[in-house]
Design a protein around this ligand. Structure first.
Ligand SMILES: [Zn+2]
Length: 59
């Protein structure tokens, strides 16, 4: 269902951020490179969507 695929996207985005952080010499939690910011922005967006969906599903 939609719930699972959104969760999968969210997890994939989280993995992409972790993978980037592990390999990128420029990124730190306070300061990210352009790619890092893009990946992190995507993760935040998916996380918001996912959490919003969790709320609607439970209500
Ligand atoms: Zn980076």
């Amino acid at each position: 269902m939609t719930k699972r695929s959104l969760y999968d996207l969210y997890m994939a985005a989280a993995a992409a951020v972790r993978e980037h952080d592990a390999t990128c010499a420029t990124c730190s939690p306070e300061r990210r490179c352009t790619t890092g910011r893009r990946l992190y922005g995507e993760l935040v967006r998916l996380q918001d969507d996912y959490l919003a969906q969790q709320k609607t599903t439970r209500a």
